[in-house]
Design a protein around this ligand. Structure first.
Ligand SMILES: [Zn+2]
Length: 403
């Protein structure tokens, strides 16, 4: 498999002649060169489920500093259809975004959204959550759809077993995921297509993560993703699996943890050597009025903000924080004004993208540990806790943004 459609260089610390290589597990900064541009890592990819990051134009995303977005194959396959998007010049042209796009395989949505699904060795048969129509998704079809969308990074079709699945089930499942990964690799029709990442499964069983990592890396993909995390397991289990698996992966390939995007999880996973992330959390929480800040969560509907003329976060340089008060944002949210979604999304995405930039800089300057210490110190006295407002992160942190 050629590497011309993806080059990953681990960046050097400023002023250092030495390449920054991973020693066991540890934070790293890099540059990922894809067909449509460069992506500085570690990177957070905003989720654009239906070919749009909700409430944001591509120009907004560029102003915020987004270098790559994610689109969901399942949704675009069902509506408007990959053939139509291909006919209209591909997803980049269709959605007016000329920077890289990563597409998922569609598998996760089939397993989480479809009211009916049957898994067989050949693939998965499911019913559309939109109209109940019956479809059959195979590894070959998942690649075919992603190629027609014009994806810069394609993902293999995998089975994502639910949290709590027993050892035997997860073992059989990852064996099939490996066979599907082989078929995906063979299904790539042209070498100048997008890069292709393999997905490592194995639930919360370290020995199964090892087994999956060995089998998937043997197939030599352009990058490796950890799937099946942030699906209900504890934070400790999630981080243990990340630490365990990252140490088994080749150091010259990008590592992507799927569906993780809470600020604390990003900091921990970057510390373990993860390069890429996606999650609906920043955008979905924005629409639910939960704002991410350097001092913790702000639940903007709370009465204490009714007369609060300060910005959401006085240390944030985003458009929303430079121009609007907590009192006004609370009013917009309670009045269900469209502008609330836009301004809140702008802030949350800016916060997360800026957090990634700050981490990258600290890695390049060899002071990540200090960054992490400061990150937690600032959050010792959080403004609001999400839990008592019914807006807890975890159950909604994965999936796609259909609502
Ligand atoms: Zn802001």
């Amino acid at each position: 498999m050629t590497t011309s459609r993806l080059v990953f260089e681990v960046a050097r610390p400023a002023g250092s002649g030495q390449p920054l290589v991973r020693s066991a597990v540890g934070p790293r900064a890099g540059i990922l060169t894809l067909r449509r541009g460069q992506v500085k890592t570690p990177v957070f990819m905003p989720v654009g489920t239906q070919g749009t990051v909700k409430a944001m134009t591509p120009e907004d995303l560029k102003e915020i500093g987004a270098e790559i977005v994610l689109a969901n194959t399942y949704h675009l396959y069902l509506r408007p259809g990959h053939d139509l998007i291909s006919e209209l010049g591909g997803l980049h042209k269709f959605m007016h975004w000329d920077r890289p796009i990563l597409t998922d395989s569609g598998g996760f949505q089939v397993f989480s959204l479809s009211p009916l699904r049957e898994i067989s060795e050949d693939g998965v048969t499911f019913r559309s959550h939109l109209d109940g129509s019956k479809h059959h998704l195979t590894p070959e079809m998942a690649i075919h759809i992603q190629e027609h969308l014009g994806s810069d990074v394609m993902m293999c079709l995998d089975e994502c077993p639910p949290y709590g699945a027993d050892h035997g089930y997860v073992d059989n499942s990852l064996e099939m995921t490996t066979r599907w990964a082989k078929r995906c690799r063979q299904a790539v029709s042209r070498e100048d297509q997008g890069a292709l990442f393999g997905i490592i499964q194995g639930g919360v069983y370290p020995e199964l993560r090892s087994k999956s990592a060995a089998a998937i890396t043997a197939l030599d993909f352009d990058g490796y993703a950890l799937g099946g995390l942030s699906v209900g397991e504890s934070k400790k289990e999630m981080l243990d699996m990340v630490a365990h698996t990252v140490a088994l992966l080749p150091s010259d390939k990008p590592v992507y943890v799927m569906g993780v995007g809470a600020p604390e999880d990003l900091v921990e996973c970057v510390g373990l050597g993860v390069d890429m992330f996606d999650c609906v959390l920043p955008t979905r929480n924005a629409r639910n009025g939960m704002l991410l800040t350097s001092f913790g969560r702000v639940v903007i509907k709370n009465a204490k903000y009714a007369r609060d003329q300060r910005p959401i976060d006085e240390t944030c340089g985003c458009y929303t924080c430079l121009n609007y008060s907590r009192a006004y944002l609370r009013h917009l949210y309670l009045a269900r004004e469209i502008l609330a979604y836009r301004l809140n999304t702008w802030h949350n995405l800016y916060y997360i993208i800026n957090l990634m930039k700050e981490m990258r800089q600290s890695i390049l300057e060899d002071r990540f540990d200090n960054f992490k210490k400061m990150f937690y110190e600032r959050r010792q006295d959080p403004a609001d806790t999400g839990d008592d407002n019914g807006l807890s992160d975890q159950p909604q942190s994965h999936l796609s943004e259909i609502f």
